[in-house]
Design a protein around this ligand. Sequence first.
Ligand code: 0A1
Ligand code: ZN
Length: 849
Amino acid sequence: MRDAAPQTIYLSDYKPFGFEVTSVSLTFDLDPTATRVKSRIAFVPKPDAGGRMFLHGEKLKLISAQIDGAPVTPDLSDEGLTCAVPDAPFIWEAEVEIDPQNNLALEGLYMSNGMYCTQCEAEGFRKITYYPDRPDVMSIFTVTINGPHPVLLSNGNPVSAADGHAEWHDPWPKPAYLFALVAGELVAHPGSFTTKSGRTVDLNLYVRPGDEGKCAFGMQALKDSMKWDEDVYGREYDLDIFNIVAVDDFNMGAMENKGLNIFNSAAVLASPETSTDTNFERIEAIIAHEYFHNWTGNRITCRDWFQLCLKEGLTVFRDSQFTSDMRSAAVKRISDVIELRGRQFPEDQGPLSHPVRPESFQEINNFYTATVYDKGAEVIGMLRRLVGADAYANALDLYFDRHDGQACTIEDWLKVFEDATGRDLTQFKRWYSQAGTPRVTVKDAWYAGNYILSFTQNLKPSATTPDPQPQVIPIVTGLLSPSGKESVPSQVLELTEATQSFTFEGLPERPVPSVLRGFSAPVVLESELSEDHAAFLLAHDTDPFNRWEAGRGLARASLLAMIRGGTDPDPKYLDGIRAVLGDAGLDPAYRALMLSLPSQSDLATALHDAGETPDPAAIWAASEAMREAQAQHLADLLPGLYADHQITESFAPDASQSGRRSLANATLSLLGRLESPERAQAQFDAADNMTQQLAGLAVLLRQKAGKSALQSFETQWKEDRLVMDKWFGLQVMQAEPDAVASTAATLTGHADFNWKNPNRFRAVLGALATHHAGFHHASGAGYRLLADWLIKLDPLNPQTTARMCSAFQTWKRYDADRQALISTELDRILALPDLSRDTTEMLTRIRGS
Ligand code: 0A1
Ligand code: ZN
């Protein structure tokens, strides 16, 4: 039977819980299929508690329940229990039995490779015991674990440990979603950090035996994060110990449980031989992200799940600042914008569009989205831009002072900024409530020595935001003289009206504008300025983001023209990137980014925005033609660039080396279009690190010369599950559109395709879904294959299934034949009688009426 009729939860229905929870004591007697959990919880009724109490609980076998020592018989339902309770403080005790081994949803207490671990955000704690499983109920937890495992961990500080027994106490009140428990045969990679007030904190990274060699980088990233949060935000760590555990089976990247972060092993284990530079950077960022949650999320948490962006938007913003400081700010900003356009813009412009703070949901797990996280971070960035860095720092200090230990709302957050700066943020708040990507048109005029920039916000009603109002949009703008010098440095133009002009006086000659520098707001900027303007900025802009953006704009315009009319690539674009690539004074990582093209799905979005129907095959062909043109146009530069960016010193995963590798590998990829496979094969054979090995293999596969390399890679890395995920994924990514679905299908028959592991599932089927021309192949084979696997996964792991449904979110952009093929698949999945609430909600929203 399908879960009970999906219930919609509304922000406007929020009601506080009727009881305080003053302490929680839990005892776990671990057993793979029959773990016993005893809880002892002190409740204090609030004046309007009403004599009855509801506790969440799902998939629990209730063994016994008592209030103040006397047995009680609560009313049980699929969602929890209701019980008559005293109107004075009382102690609730219960014993339940759970089955971690058969919990393949990876939510609550489950097992991964023989080890016990938990995932409680958002609503997993209710699968562990009966509890008011809501973030505004914060309490102090003491946890006892009994089990025959050398390592027994929970939140907080260790109280006692003996063979088969451990006790933990967390002195900081926390919501249940931050609870964690780990038990298993793990080895610790230890470390230590001295806080700015001189306290020593023990650090441990726990991994499976065999993974000890992949811990050093993560440990250093943790120490760097702890130091950065002290230096930049004044935030000190607050327990004696900080543990991280790596787990192979995990639905997301990682989880910020208090003092016991649990990580997908792909998001923490790193070594030069097995991890690419991209992996290193991502791992550093995720470790920082989870650590930063200690203050933004844990010490100050969310009142309810509608406020998710309160912790996620802010923490993503903080981890982006960290990466900018540790590496290159320009490269980080460009990468973030590529990601935003690739994931958040399609979400915001399609059937899954929702405000940064949604107002209703059926399954909260479906709202861990690019909008909440990445647009949520952009909103914080805009706020900082509008009030300035100093006022932002003051406001954050006030936020931590005022709200430490509380469960807060976006209203609390904005009030802090209003109080700290005296600014009225009523209009700014629309960023949290209006869905959709704002579109802004810019045009300019010059007369009588005045230069005028005019902006228009095009307010398009949508289902979630039927009556959009103008938003406050900070548009960072600088002006260049016609000779390419900065004549008016960057300043924030605050766009608050639907149409608004800004006048610059006293300029000697008509300037060239550089608008939306640093991508100062998450909008689509429609420029009525010419392509010559873009070519000029590509050559001269002093703002690195906008210089890159100018190149990207030219590439996009040229690709669109090629798709529409079979024209040749724009020589202005090719000349422009040639100049940038030849400029040895520029950061190699930045030059590599200059070579990247807008993704094929970005091009489909652009066509759709222009009222056209994207043809994936034509988009693929144009992108390939543009790559060929890049290779031809830069042919004489490429061998030198490749040679000059080889690294002779020993491997370091830092920004400088990874930048050089990324430029060398971008040139290798272009050279692969001009040359026979020797160079790529030589790189593959000689590689002593995964970045070089994988880049060589990718080129060989595209050259159809990768068969033996693929085999030797498999033989070399058969035992390494994280590297094998790359082996699976790369074959799909590098396939020609005609072969994508068949390649993915063949791989799902491979003996090592363990589909119950989310990383392996995503390696193959996630790669299928992101290969634009392959997934949207006219045969419909890509759609069918993905649907087949979603149908298989849903009964086991609804969360990962539902997330992967977003591959279909853009379906209404395509032609009638493709729409018919997709709707057949959507209907096939939706017709399943036992489809999970997660997947039902996602597909119903995507399918529309
Ligand atoms: N809070 C974590 C992400 C996370 C969210 C949900 C999860 O299970 C449903 C797991 C992890 C973060 O932001 O890193
Ligand atoms: Zn987070």
